[in-house]
Design a protein around this ligand. Structure first.
Ligand code: ADP
Length: 473
C-alpha cells in the first residue's frame, strides 16, 4: 500500500471515529431528553387523573391531554385496582413489589418495549395512600428519535465520503514534492552526476532531504571524478613506458645490430620494464591500502626496528642514499616504541619518505628522528634538497601529482598518496614543511599501543602494559 492510500485511510479512519463518537453522543443525549420529557408528562397525567377522581369524583376524558395508547390505573396500598382508564385490565402487569417501592416523593419509571410507565404515590384527603400508574407510548418522541437517527447516520456517511475525497486530495498534494524529487533523482545517472535536486526556498523536511541528497551527490561526484582521473593517469603512466619500449624495439629492428648494441637496447628495455613493475607494485599497494581496511592485520610492532628495516632495504637498492636514524629523546622503556602496525604497509610508507628525501636532494642525505611521547610517537624525515613550492604543497598527496621542477627525476607521483593512505590506516597523521632550495621535512605521528596506568608501586611497567594481540580498523 503506498503512502498516499495509507495517509488517506488513516485520515478517514480518524475523522470517522471522531464523527461516530459525536453522532452516538447526540443520539444518546436526545434519547435521554425524550425519556425525561415523557416521564414528566406521564407523571402530570397520573396526578391530574387521581386529583380529578378524588376531588370531582370522575375523570372526564375530554379535559385531559391525550397520549398514544395511554392508560392510567389507580391502586390502593394492597394492590387492588380502584380505577382503570379505558379498559378493565391494566396493560402493564405491575408487581406488588413495584407498587411497594414507590415512595411519596420518588416516582418509579418502567419500560417494556416502546411502552413506558410512571408510578406515583398520592395521599388523598382521607389520608389514604393511592398508587397511580400512568403508561403510554411516546410515538411522537420515538418518531423524532428515528428521524434523528436517520439524519445522523446519513450525515455521518456523507461526511465520510467528503473526508475520503478531501483526504485523498490532501495526501496527493502533500506528496507532490516527493513525486517531484523521485522524478529528479531518476534523471541523475553517471553521465550527468553534476546535476542536483531543486531545493527551493522551503525549510521543511523534504528540502532537508533534497539538501542531504545533494551533499551525497557531491561526495559521489568527487569520488567519481577522482576515480576517473586516477584511471586516466594510471593508463597514461603505463602507456608512456610501453610507447618508449615499442619505439626502442622498432628502431633496433630497423637493421642488423652488433651484440653490444643489442645488449644496450635490452638494458634500456629492462630499465623501462623495471620502472613499470615499480609503478604497478605501487598501484597494487595503493589498491590494497584503499580497499577493505578490515582485511588488514595489525600487530604490535617496534617503530625503530621498522625504520631500520626500511633504511636497509632502501640502501641495498640505492647505495648512494645516506639515511641517519636517531632518537630525539630516548624512551624510558622498549614498550614506548610499540605501535599497532601492518608491518609491510607501514614500512613502504617510511621507505617512500626516505627515498623521496634521497631522490630530491643532491647529497642523498636524509635524517630520520624519532620522538617518543606519552600517547604517540613522532617521526620526522628531513632532507636538505630542492624543497617543494607553496603552490605544489597542497597537491603532493594527490595520486600522480608531481612538481614541475622534479619532472627530470624518475617517479610516478604515487608514493606520497600511498604513504598518506597508509598513515591514515594506522590512525596517524602526516604533515609537510618545505622551503624551496633549503629542504623538506615530513612529520608523521602515530598512536602508541594503549598503556594502562600502573595499579600499584609493586607492579612493573612491563606488567602494566596491556598489548592487544591485533586490531582491525
Ligand atoms: P614521485 O616521487 O614518484 O614523483 P611522490 O608521490 O613520492 O611521487 O611525490 C610526489 C611529488 O612530491 C614529487 O614528484 C615531488 O615533486 C614532490 N616531493 C615529494 N617528496 C619530496 C622531497 N623530499 N623533496 C622535494 N619534493 C618532494
Amino acid at each position: 500500500m503506498n503512502i498516499r492510500t495509507r495517509l488517506t485511510l488513516l485520515f478517514v479512519l480518524l475523522v470517522a471515529s471522531i464523527l461516530l463518537l459525536f453522532t452516538v453522543s447526540v443520539y444518546y443525549l436526545y434519547d435521554q431528553f425524550r425519556q425525561q420529557e415523557f416521564q414528566q408528562r406521564l407523571e402530570e397525567k397520573a396526578f391530574l387523573t387521581v386529583r380529578l377522581r378524588e376531588d370531582v369524583g370522575e375523570v372526564p376524558r375530554a379535559d385531559l391531554p391525550v397520549m398514544a395508547d395511554e392508560q392510567v390505573t389507580i391502586y390502593n396500598e394492597r394492590g387492588a385496582v380502584l380505577y382503570n382508564q379505558e379498559s378493565k385490565r391494566p396493560r402493564f402487569s405491575i408487581t406488588p413489589f413495584f407498587l411497594r417501592t414507590i415512595s411519596l416523593n420518588h416516582p418509579k419509571y418502567l419500560r417494556t418495549g416502546d411502552r413506558e410507565a410512571v408510578g406515583v404515590r398520592y395521599v388523598n384527603a382521607r389520608k389514604e395512600a393511592l398508587i397511580v400508574v400512568a403508561s403510554g407510548n411516546d410515538r411522537y418522541g420515538f418518531s423524532k428519535l428515528d428521524r434523528l437517527r436517520e439524519i445522523l447516520f446519513s450525515g455521518w456517511l456523507l461526511s465520510l465520503a467528503i473526508v475520503g475525497i478531501a483526504g485523498y486530495l490532501f495526501a496527493t498534494d502533500a506528496l507532490r514534492p516527493v513525486a517531484e524529487l523521485i522524478k529528479q533523482v531518476n534523471a541523475i545517472s553517471a553521465t550527468n552526476i553534476h546535476m542536483r535536486l531543486h531545493v527551493g526556498r522551503q525549510r521543511d523536511e523534504l528540502a532537508y532531504l533534497a539538501r542531504t541528497f545533494n551533499d551525497l551527490l557531491s561526495r559521489l561526484e568527487e569520488a567519481f571524478v577522482s576515480q576517473r582521473s586516477f584511471v586516466s593517469h594510471a593508463s597514461h603512466e603505463l602507456r608512456t613506458p610501453l610507447t618508449v619500449m615499442m619505439g626502442q624495439i622498432e628502431v633496433t629492428r630497423l637493421h642488423a645490430r652488433s651484440t653490444g648494441e643489442y645488449e644496450q637496447a635490452f638494458d634500456a628495455l629492462l630499465d623501462e620494464v623495471k620502472s613499470m613493475i615499480r609503478l604497478v607494485n605501487s598501484l597494487l599497494e595503493l589498491a590494497r591500502a584503499s580497499s577493505d581496511a578490515t582485511t588488514l592485520h595489525y600487530l604490535p610492532t617496534r617503530l625503530d626496528e621498522l625504520l631500520w628495516q626500511a633504511q636497509s632495504q632502501l640502501v641495498s637498492n640505492k647505495p648512494a642514499c645516506q639515511i641517519d636514524i636517531d632518537f630525539v629523546n630516548l624512551p624510558d622503556q622498549e614498550e614506548d616504541l610499540l605501535i599497532m602496525a601492518e608491518e609491510s604497509l607501514l614500512q613502504t610508507a617510511f621507505l617512500n619518505l626516505m627515498e623521496n628525501g634521497c631522490k630530491y636532494s643532491a647529497n642523498g642525505r636524509v635524517s630520520v628522528r624519532i620522538a617518543p611521547g606519552a600517547s604517540q610517537l613522532q617521526v620526522t624525515v628531513s632532507d636538505t634538497g630542492s624543497g617543494i613550492s607553496t603552490a605544489d604543497l597542497p597537491h603532493i598527496f594527490e595520486p600522480f601529482y608531481r612538481s614541475n621542477n622534479t619532472m627530470t627525476i624518475n617517479g610516478h607521483g604515487i608514493g606520497l598518496a600511498l604513504t598518506h593512505r597508509i598513515i591514515q590506516l594506522h590512525r596517524g597523521h602526516i604533515s609537510v614543511e618545505s622551503v624551496v632550495g633549503k629542504g623538506t621535512t615530513f612529520r608523521v605521528t602515530l598512536p602508541v599501543v594503549y598503556r594502562q596506568p600502573a595499579s600499584s608501586g609493586s607492579s612493573s611497567d612491563a606488567e602494566s602494559t596491556k598489548l592487544p594481540d591485533s586490531y582491525n580498523v
